[in-house]
Design a protein. Structure first.
Length: 631
């Protein structure tokens, strides 16, 4: 064990932000900290760093902060550099000052040995060289060069002063330095911000093999699923620990909530039954001992409280388009996008109801494309045309960061001047702006509040085409899931740019992938794209390899799907047998009168049924895909 907080709390201006923190970091653990925006995740990281004072919480134990040894704890944040004129490469190399100093001394010792044949110098060189090698002296240059490239910095960037980089790039430089320093505990607050999908995937692999402890605050569900083995959720000011990744946390939380609710209901029913029995025989002398035994039985019960309610406060909207568009929604033909020079040439067609996810690295043209088709940027060549009766609305990640002295109420009313005050309040209330909140100034809103207000204004018009540029930025996980559900139910046509792979995999049924100066259209989902990594149009020969790269093979993919479908059928049958056995056990005389055992068996039945339902959905989806392939 390296670090532990028992019954900690944090308050600001007399208001408790965190009420009951029980938190533990062990060697090599990969921990996620999740919760709603504003719940105190970043505050917890600052408390671990000692930047925020801890006080005693509302739990039963006394406040304790326990550290084993003197663990080095590092926290990713955007901080000013000591010298803004320092070259980027020199700033990164500061991490290896000790190795660089040793390297310089070794060079001096070599020069001395060439002049003087002295055993003492040779011994000093040998000892220092052994230590240099053991500390990674032979690999440190390759290590920092690899990391600089993986974060998309070039050789030319290395020779630029830090002052020339943007805020996001500076955060990346700080991140590189911190990863290279390899502290005992690494605290990461939204580490995937400003990173493209390729860099995120590399970072996942790096952090999975990281040999020290990690604590990650993130709303990127796929990122967490790939890395963490423990999840702490902060809800209503308290922490609760779950073993496993994010998906495991979701299942455990749901199962625990359902089990506690059932246990609570069963116990309440049993107490009511015993109470009726006591009242019935309370005044009969012959039943006095029985009455006393029932009273004692109730007194000895450890009361099972009803589970806390979920913090599921979120927004909602009617997404049904007011008018139906033509079948052909958008035709893009050899469209050359860019500003002073071309970034890419793009061609694709979209029909009504289709969902196009646009992905790729930073700065390759994703946002430029949507700005071009929205008429914000002039096309360099080629054509694009929206179909008849299309009503298009556009979410711009930059315009979403609205500011000014206007209030939320005024901002929405200006967009819809013919709505009454009551109608405006009702529309804003659906996006969590209630009461006096509607009179907040735009300049005081958080990033998440600005995104919600912009979405509120866009979705209220109920368009039949939505063009969204990074709509999930600044949204917490519940907000992302809400938007996924709303867009999943949306009957119109969807075009969106996103680095959130989970979001893309949930919504997109076709992809436009920017790679270098190319934009390739893939008529498939993100999961299918991950398997193939190559468009069907480029297939020259089934299963042929060229230049060491794997090409898409329809027959190989069909075989994979068939094997998976057969495996799912076996799993579904096995669960059927287990459910039959559990139901038989539930109905046995030894069990059905034991409410504790009944609750345990019912919880297991519910969990197995949920798993079987997921297998059935996947199985049905595979059968549809196999049918499409055969056709």
């Amino acid at each position: 064990m390296q670090y532990k907080i028992i019954n900690g709390a944090v308050s600001y201006d007399g208001n408790m932000v965190l009420e009951n923190i029980d938190f533990e970091i062990n060697d090599r653990e990969k921990i996620a900290v999740i919760g709603r925006n504003g719940c105190g995740k970043t505050t917890l990281l600052k408390a671990i760093m000692g930047e925020v004072d801890l006080e005693e919480g509302t739990g039963e134990n006394a406040l304790q902060v326990i550290k084993s040894g003197r663990p080095e704890i590092a926290y990713l944040r955007q901080t000013p550099f000591d010298n803004e004129n320092e070259l980027m490469i020199d700033e990164v190399r500061k991490v290896f000052r000790h190795l660089i100093a040793m390297e310089e001394k070794l060079a001096r010792l070599v020069e001395e040995m060439q002049v003087h044949s002295d055993e003492k110098i040779a011994l000093e060189y040998s000892n220092l060289n052994d230590r240099f090698i053991s500390l990674g002296g032979l690999t440190y240059k390759k290590e920092y060069e690899t990391m600089i490239r993986k974060f998309n910095f070039t050789k030319e960037d290395e020779m630029k002063p830090v002052s020339e980089f943007s805020g996001g790039q500076r955060t990346k430089i700080s991140f590189i330095k911190m990863l290279l320093s390899k502290p005992d505990v690494l605290l990461l607050d939204e580490p995937t911000n400003h990173l493209d999908i390729e860099t995120i995937e590399w970072l996942e692999d790096y952090l999975k093999s990281y040999k020290s402890a990690l604590v990650i605050v993130s709303h990127d569900r796929m990122f967490l699923n790939k890395i963490v083995d423990k999840v702490y959720e902060i809800e209503w000011g308290e922490t609760r620990c779950y073993k496993g990744d994010y998906s495991s946390f979701e299942k455990q939380k749901r199962a625990l909530h359902e089990k506690q609710q059932k246990d609570h209901d069963l116990q309440r029913a049993e107490i009511e039954r015993l109470t009726r029995l006591i009242e019935r025989f309370r005044y009969k002398a012959t039943k006095a001992s029985m009455v006393q035994s029932k009273i004692k039985l109730i007194e000895k019960m450890q009361i099972v409280d009803a589970p806390d309610r979920y913090d599921t406060r979120t927004f909602r909207a009617n997404t049904e388009p007011k008018v139906v568009s033509s079948r052909q929604v958008l035709n893009v033909n050899n469209l050359v996008i860019g500003y002073d020079k071309p970034l890419a040439k793009v061609s694709f067609n979209l029909e009504k109801g289709q969902r196009l996810g646009i992905i790729g690295g930073n700065g390759v043209g994703k946002s430029t494309l949507v700005k071009t088709i929205m008429g914000k940027v002039k096309a360099l060549d080629g054509t694009y045309q929206f179909g008849y009766n299309t009503d298009v609305r556009y979410f711009d990640q930059q315009l979403a960061q609205i500011t000014g002295d206007s209030t939320i109420f005024e901002s929405f009313s200006n967009e819809y001047p013919f709505m009454s005050d009551t109608e405006v309040r009702r529309a804003l209330g659906a996006f969590q702006f209630t009461g006096e909140d509607v009179f907040k100034s735009l300049s005081t809103l958080s990033g998440g509040e600005k995104v919600r207000l912009t979405l509120c204004k866009i979705l209220h018009s109920r368009p039949n085409v939505l063009v969204l540029d990074e709509p999930t930025n600044h949204l917490d996980i519940v907000g992302k899931e809400t938007l996924e559900t709303m867009l999943g139910d949306y009957q119109g046509t969807l075009i969106f740019v996103s680095h959130d792979r989970y979001f893309v995999s949930k919504l997109a049924d076709r992809l436009l992938v920017f790679e270098g100066d190319k934009a390739t259209f893939y008529p498939m989902t993100y999961s299918e794209y991950e398997l193939t990594k190559k468009p069907v149009e480029e297939v020259k020969q089934e299963g042929v390899k060229t230049g060491g790269k794997k090409y898409y093979s329809p027959s190989r993919e069909r075989n994979k799907m068939q094997k998976r479908a057969e495996k799912l059928e076996t799993l579904i049958a096995e669960i059927d047998e287990k459910l039959t056995a559990l139901n038989d056990e539930m109905n046995s005389p030894d069990v059905f009168s034991n409410y504790v055992k009944v609750g345990e068996i019912q919880s297991e039945i519910d969990s197995l049924s949920n798993t079987q339902s997921q297998y059935m959905d996947e199985w049905a989806e595979l059968l549809d895909k196999l049918s499409a392939v055969e056709e």
